[in-house]
Design a protein around this ligand. Structure first.
Ligand code: NAD
Length: 358
């Protein structure tokens, strides 16, 4: 029996996780994968009910589970809290404590969605890339960090620190090359070597690790150029390896290649229990309205079956079911266009995928 920790979080998190669980149960039944779910509090709801964004019992639950299915955290209600007490800190702490340093964000365009992207067909057709984002280092964790009096006595200064160590870069680079070896054997390492010292080390270490993988073609690219190339010629990319902040931003941009941020799943892998979540946030503007696209979370559940439970067949069947439902024309509002497709809500979309898996 595989135990899955379910952390729904805030905003649309509970809605999209509900649908992913529906699909997981359906795939589990169809392929004989026994699954047990246990819920934990995280984010804003955990602050409200337990006084902290990552209560100890949620930590324990994650530690003794085989995988974590995560929704999203945050929302306007908690926006005035200091950065270190906000809902997002719950997710960051979980990633750090479990040492989930490798965040896989595949960007695949399902062919029926070719016109859902705001970009031209000829640009997005055939897009299939993977952003590998370093997840436990860089600006989000580096010390010193905080707001403090300015040394010249004129107001305050906000400080964040971007730090990367050689072992941190080596381990994520190795994963990048290993993933590229399973794909089209091309890796683009993205940095800001012309300005940042951490990028100079990043580029040097990635170049060194590349020697272990002579079959992989390595290119280096500055992050500003990469943000342009991603929408100019996205098909040139296979694996895009980058640090935490750059990966966060570039993958939201890359979401537009797939039609919507509601289409992009992710897996966070490392030393502890792996975590699976959509790349989007809690989308407070559409929460509770049955409008959120659950496919990113459903595709994250497929990644959970593949990476944590090693059940490729069940994973592939979920991905095929998503493709089929889209091919039949069903669309949530974010991927719907007038005259193209049958508009459905979050719940209906989940039902359809679950039925196609079963
Ligand atoms: P967001 O990703 O929540 O939303 C950005 C836009 O995309 C919104 O217009 C939203 O409606 C839309 N969107 C997002 N998910 C969608 C879905 N599944 N289907 C259809 N449309 C979708 O980003 P934001 O608005 O910048 O942040 C909202 C809150 O989420 C903030 O509190 C932020 O800190 C938090 N956040 C959390 C995570 C996380 O939990 N991993 C990630 C990013 C942002």
């Amino acid at each position: 029996m595989a135990k899955i920790a379910v952390l729904r979080g805030d905003g649309v998190g509970p809605e999209v996780v509900r649908e992913a669980m529906k699909v997981l149960k359906s795939a589990g039944g169809r392929f004989g994968v026994p699954l047990e779910f246990e819920e934990g509090l995280v984010g804003g709801i955990a602050i409200d009910m337990r006084g902290a964004p990552l209560p100890p019992e949620t930590r324990d639950l994650c530690g003794r589970s085989d995988a974590i299915l995560f929704g999203a955290v945050g929302g306007p209600k908690w926006d005035s809290l200091p950065v270190d007490r906000r809902p997002e800190r719950g997710l960051l702490s979980l990633r750090k404590e479990l040492q989930l340093y490798a965040n896989l964000r595949p960007v695949t365009l399902f062919p029926p969605l070719i016109d859902a992207s705001p970009l031209k067909r000829e640009i997005v057709e055939g897009v299939d890339l993977l952003v590998l984002r370093e997840l436990t280092g860089g600006l989000y964790f580096g010390e010193p960090k905080g707001i403090r009096p300015a040394p010249d006595g004129r107001g305050e200064q906000g400080v964040d620190t971007m730090i990367y160590t050689t072992p941190e870069i080596e381990r994520i680079a190795r994963i990048g090359f290993e993933i590229a070896a399973q794909r089209r054997k091309r890796l683009t390492s993205v940095d800001k070597v012309n300005v940042l010292a951490s990028s100079q080390l990043w580029r040097r270490v990635v170049t060194e690790v590349a020697k272990e993988f002579p079959q992989i073609e390595l290119e280096h690219m500055l992050v500003d150029n990469c943000s342009m190339q991603l929408i100019r010629e996205p098909r040139r990319f296979d694996v895009v390896l980058t640090e935490n902040t750059f990966g966060d931003i570039l993958s939201d941009e890359a979401a537009m290649l797939a039609g919507s941020i509601g289409m992009l799943p992710s897996a966070s892998l490392g030393d502890g229990t792996a975590l699976y979540e959509p790349i989007h946030g809690s989308a407070p503007d559409i929460a509770g309205q049955d409008k959120a696209n659950p496919l990113a979370t459903i595709l994250s559940a497929a990644m959970l079956l593949r990476h944590s439970l090693r059940h490729e067949l069940a994973a592939a069947s979920i991905e095929a079911a998503v493709g089929q439902v889209l091919a039949e024309g069903y669309r949530t509002p974010d991927i719907w266009q007038p005259g193209a497709g049958l508009l459905v809500g979050t719940r209906h979309m989940g039902d359809l995928v679950a039925q196609h898996v079963a």
